[in-house]
Design a protein around this ligand. Structure first.
Ligand code: SF4
Length: 48
C-alpha cells in the first residue's frame, strides 16, 4: 500500500516574540504578523 509522507515539517525558529496574550509576533519581515496558535502568517510559510 502506498502511503504519502506529510511534507510539512516543524522547525524551531528565531525572529519572533511572545505577545503575552496567547499570540506570537513574527519579526522576520515588515508585515510583523501576529499569530494565534496554528495560524499561518501572510507568507503562508511561517506558522505558530
Ligand atoms: S509574512 Fe511571514 S515572515 Fe513576514 S511577518 Fe508574516 S509570518 Fe513573518
Amino acid at each position: 500500500m502506498h502511503t504519502r509522507e506529510n511534507s510539512e515539517s516543524i522547525v524551531a525558529t528565531r525572529y519572533w516574540h511572545d505577545l503575552g496574550d496567547g499570540r506570537i509576533q513574527c519579526d522576520l519581515c515588515p508585515r510583523f504578523c501576529k499569530l494565534h496558535s496554528d495560524q499561518r502568517g501572510l507568507c503562508f510559510v511561517r506558522k505558530n
